[in-house]
Every structure is written in structure tokens, then in C-alpha cells.
Design a protein around this ligand. Structure first.
Ligand code: SAM
Length: 302
């Protein structure tokens, strides 16, 4: 168990669409034998996975500069001094101050990080949306109680070995030994709308970029037919998982299918029998799916 971080984890500090906290037990089984490697997340989002896996070293990227600015201040032990109130009046006042900082070239200040946190926790559904002029334009949210936090010094020691960068995923310089976990915006078939501006061409660009990496790679995405074909055509192994139930706008409660695609990962290494990958102390894995940390009933190979 050498190299395992003993510190207790902390919850993701922001609300972020597409959080994969529920995938952490599945990813932990895959990452554990590679814990000595640097974890690279090209689409770090709300940090749900990294805070779940707690790697010693990580390179965390996202194309959203305000998100990355917040994490860079979090790493320095952010303390928030602005008023944190769940009121419409305070919300629009803080939103205007945040937009003023952007206009005046102060978007990477500590004050901007504090305001970003407040707007994220107080605004509608934790959305992060900007208008054509580059102004944050999310309306006031509908939360009854918000557990605001002012002191983030506890994150400082956890984030010590983690670097944060902000660029398109393809510009990241990977080291051959890196363990890459990629969680891009979902592919949504049969619609012209690309969530987060991530088009089908971007999905193809991503698989080609990942295919060139000589180290271990895991990708999660919505299990659409074209995503399954794309990853299979590029030599990835595929596992399907049942994602937690989501309620769509039309009330549809059909559970979504999630795909995990892998490369350069030996799931049953010869030198390490399956039984060695224990899920809990004194508990033997009963079935093949469980060895991977998957529920055997909801997982199948394609
Ligand atoms: C599904 S979310 C990741 C969620 C994260 N795994 C979690 O558990 O919180 C996808 C992220 O990709 C980012 N993104 C979108 N296009 C990108 C690009 N071209 N390069 C890097 N990041 C991008 C978005 O800003 C968003 O935060």
C-alpha cells in the first residue's frame, strides 16, 4: 500500500455539471495499481474524481479560465472575506463586481476567485454561462439554504502536488508515464447542440489524441452508438455502466448508459491475481465485475 495518501478527502468545493463522483469507486480500482504515476485530467471540471482518488501528483486542466483561477487560489489556501448571503440583491451586486473585474483585466485576482465561488454556489443550478460580451449572466438561484465556506485552508495540503492549467486538451504536454482520465462533455446524438461547445469533431480529435498516449488511459462518456464505435475502432476496450438516474426536461427517468473506454491498462495482470485487487479488508471479490469495482448486474462488455 506504499504511496497511498493517508489524508482524508474533502468535498468538491463547487457545483459543476457532469460531476463524476459516482464513478470514483470504479476508477479507484483502475488507478490504484498506478498510484505512483501522475494523474492527468484534461477535463477536470468540478474535481470530483481527483478529490476522490487523491493522487500524490496531478495535472488538472480545464478550458474554463475562471474555474482554473479558483483552483489556483484554492491551492494557496483561499480565504473569503466578501459578504456571502443568499439574497437576490447581494447576488446581482457581486455579479456586477465580477464582470467589472473581467472588464478591467482583474479576472485572475483573489477577489475574482472569491466572487466566482459565491456566484457558483448562489446562481441558478451552479451554471457557468457568459454572454457575447463575455459577461457572466447566470440568474439568481433558488436554493433555500447554502452551506457557504469561507476558509479553504484545509485544501492546501491535498492540492500541494497538483498543478492547474487552462488550455484546450490537445495542447497539454503529457509525459509518457502519465495516467490519463478524460471526462469530456457528453456526446449527444441527433442534435445540433453540442454541450459546452464540444462538437463531434472534438470527440474525434480527443480519441486520436488519447490513442497516441503510451501510458494508461481511461475515458468516460455517454454510451451513444457512435461513441462506442469510435472508441472500439481506435483500439479501446469498452465497459458499460448504468449512470445514476437523471430526470430529463420531459420527465424521462430512463437511466443513462455510461461508457468507460480503456487503453494500455492490464485489467488482470499476470503478476497480480485478480483476488489481489481487494475492494475491502477481508472481503474477497465474488465475481469478475466486482473485481473491477463494477456491479456485475449493471456492467457488460461490448
Ligand atoms: C463533464 S465536465 C468534467 C467533470 C469532472 N470530471 C467532474 O467530475 O467534476 C467537462 C469539462 O470539460 C471542459 N471542457 C470543454 N471543452 C474543453 C476543451 N476543449 N479542453 C479542455 N476542457 C474542456 C468544460 O469546461 C467542463 O468543465
Amino acid at each position: 500500500m506504499s504511496g497511498v495518501k493517508t489524508v482524508a478527502s474533502l468535498p468538491p468545493p463547487l457545483k459543476w455539471a457532469g460531476g463524476k463522483r459516482w464513478l470514483v469507486p470504479h476508477l479507484r480500482v483502475l488507478f490504484e495499481p498506478h498510484r505512483h504515476r501522475r494523474l492527468v485530467e484534461p477535463f477536470a471540471g468540478g474535481l470530483a474524481v481527483t478529490l476522490g482518488l487523491l493522487p500524490e501528483r496531478a495535472l488538472l486542466n480545464d478550458i474554463n479560465p475562471h474555474l482554473i483561477n479558483f483552483y489556483q487560489w484554492l491551492k494557496r489556501g483561499l480565504q473569503i472575506h466578501i459578504p456571502l448571503e443568499n439574497s437576490r440583491e447581494t447576488y446581482y451586486k457581486h455579479r456586477e463586481t465580477f464582470n467589472k473585474l473581467i472588464r478591467e483585466g482583474q479576472a485572475f485576482s483573489q477577489e475574482a476567485a472569491a466572487l466566482f465561488y459565491y456566484l457558483n454556489r448562489t446562481g441558478y443550478n451552479g451554471l457557468c454561462r457568459f454572454n457575447a460580451k463575455g459577461e457572466f449572466n447566470v440568474p439568481f438561484g433558488k436554493y433555500k439554504n447554502i452551506p457557504y465556506q469561507r476558509d479553504f485552508t484545509a485544501y492546501k495540503s491535498i492540492l500541494r502536488g497538483w498543478d492547474f492549467v487552462c488550455m484546450d486538451f490537445e495542447e497539454i504536454s503529457l509525459e509518457p508515464e502519465d495516467f490519463v482520465y478524460a471526462d469530456p462533455p457528453y456526446d449527444v446524438e441527433f442534435t445540433a447542440y453540442a454541450p459546452g461547445g464540444f462538437s463531434w469533431e472534438d470527440q474525434v480529435r480527443l480519441v486520436r489524441w488519447l490513442q497516441r498516449h503510451p501510458g494508461p488511459v481511461v475515458v468516460s462518456n455517454q454510451a451513444t452508438a457512435r461513441i462506442l464505435s469510435l472508441y472500439q475502432e481506435h483500439g479501446f476496450a469498452i465497459r458499460l455502466l448504468q449512470a445514476p438516474r437523471r430526470i430529463a426536461c420531459n420527465g424521462d427517468r430512463t437511466p443513462a448508459q455510461e461508457v468507460l473506454a480503456f487503453r494500455n491498462l492490464t485489467l488482470f495482470p499476470k503478476s497480480q491475481p485478480a483476488q489481489a485487487l481487494r475492494l475491502g479488508a477481508g472481503r474477497e471479490p465474488r465475481a469478475r465485475g466486482e473485481v473491477f469495482g463494477f456491479n456485475i448486474d449493471s456492467t457488460f462488455e461490448v
